[in-house]
Each structure stands twice: as C-alpha cells, then as structure tokens.
Design a protein around this ligand. Structure first.
Ligand code: SF4
Length: 243
C-alpha cells in the first residue's frame, strides 16, 4: 500500500504501528488497561483464556535457527471499515459513530451473545465473564472518563475515544481545528519506542498520512477485506539468539 486511499465512509482516525520499532515490551498493553478500566481477571481466569487486555502483542517468527528473526505485532481492534463484528450483532451493540466511523461497543445494549467476538478475525474483543473485583486501593485508579463494564458485556479498543473527545473539546473551546498530535491514545503515549502514531489520515500533512504512504505500509489480514484503519509498517525482524 503505497498511497493513502481515503473513503469518507471509512473514517479519518488512523493508527500506524511500526513493527521495526516495536520491541514487544507490552507497555502499551499496560497503559491501555489502566486508561480504559480493563478488568484484572486474576491468574485462574487468565489460565482459562479469559484475559481481558484490549491489546495483545503477537510474536511472528521468520526463518529458521540460526537465522531466525522475530517481529512483535501489537494487535488491538483494527477499527475495520467493513467490520465483521457489526452485522452479526442482533441488537446493534457493535456499531459505528457518525461521522467519524469509529467502531464502538454500546455496553448497555450488549446482551452478551458473543457473536461479534467469534466473527472478529483479529480476536480483538474480550468478554466480561464476571464482575471482576478491584479491591482497595485499586478502585481509586479507575479513569472517570471511561465506563466500568459489568458481567455479560463484550468490550474492546475504542482508539481511546475519550481522548479523541477531549482533544476535540479543547480545540473547540479555543476556536480552532484539532491539530495533528492533539490526540494521543494511551498506548501511543506509553510506548517507549514511539512505535505507535495516531492521527487524522485525511490530513495529507499529518504524521499518520505520511507514514501510510510508506512502501512498508500494510494492513493486517488485508486479504479478508475488513479494511482496517490500523496500518502496520513491515518489520525486518529482530535477530533471535540461541540460549
Ligand atoms: S509499548 Fe511500544 S514497543 Fe512496547 S509492545 Fe507496545 S508498541 Fe511495542
């Protein structure tokens, strides 16, 4: 993908992740969980496959030992233009915002069928099997800008929509448009390698628009036709040493 192709129906907020820069440290996973009040499921439920992170870092191996290399791919909701989660929800809890086309999850509409999670090729959605506890003092760290989800509700990355709203409100109060860099999701803010960039791809001068024009730009599982708004910059692989 060498040029920025934008369709009004696909939205403007875009994330670009440089796999060459990602070291797999998982700071983005932690920051996302803290920002978005993601539940701590505990060791037993995690072992049962009920982890609730909104981002997971996938290791991708290339070649064979001793020439083995690895890339780390942070995977969150890909904010698909043609989102497979949406048509299968019987109550339209998985839907897009207007006009930005951010894929949202309407928590108080969700009835927990999990059809959306099963239909997501990125396995980006997580389900609240229980009302997970936050014993003191962990309850004090909850972000008041984000809903605390209850049992039986599906959830996933929103591109930190609360931060997008804050950026828009601040710009509105100052009587100006939102500038590139005004909105930074928690994952991008926390990434020590600055592997994650976020912005408006309809602005040809924005950092994401420039990165999206890179010869290394690709979309994850592009062949399934979901038209994701997360763009990855291909990595060359990090050398893996024996022992
Ligand atoms: S914080 Fe940055 S370097 Fe670490 S895993 Fe996430 S994207 Fe990769």
């Amino acid at each position: 993908m060498n040029e920025t192709v934008h369709d009004e129906n696909v939205g403007k907020w875009t994330m670009v992740i440089d796999l060459d820069q990602c070291t797999g440290c998982q700071a983005c996973v932690t920051a996302c969980s803290m920002e978005n009040n993601v539940a701590f499921v505990g060791e037993a439920d995690a072992a049962y496959g009920r982890g609730m992170h909104w981002i997971r870092v996938v290791r991708e191996w290339n070649g064979e030992m001793p020439d083995l290399t690895a890339d780390f791919r942070p995977v969150m909701c890909q904010q698909c233009g043609e989102a497979p989660c949406e048509p299968v929800c019987p109550v339209f809890a998985s839907t897009k915002s207007v006009p930005e086309q951010i894929n949202l999850q309407v928590y108080n509409r969700c009835i927990g069928t999990r059809y959306c999670g099963n239909n997501c090729p990125y396995i980006a959605r997580t389900f609240n099997w229980f009302d997970y506890e936050r014993p003191e003092p962990l309850n004090f760290q909850l972000n008041p800008d984000v809903t605390v989800r209850s049992r039986g509700v599906m959830e996933k990355c929103t591109f930190c929509v609360q931060r997008i709203r804050r950026g828009e409100e601040d710009a509105n109060a100052e009587g100006r448009p939102v500038h590139d860099g005004d909105v930074t999701p928690a994952c991008a803010q926390a990434c020590p390698a600055q592997a994650i960039t976020f912005g408006d791809i309809t602005d040809p001068e924005s950092r994401v628009a420039k990165l999206a024009r890179s010869a290394r730009a690709e979309r994850f599982l592009e062949e399934v036709g979901t038209e994701p708004r997360v763009i990855y910059l291909k990595g060359n692989g990090k050398v893996v040493r024996e022992g």
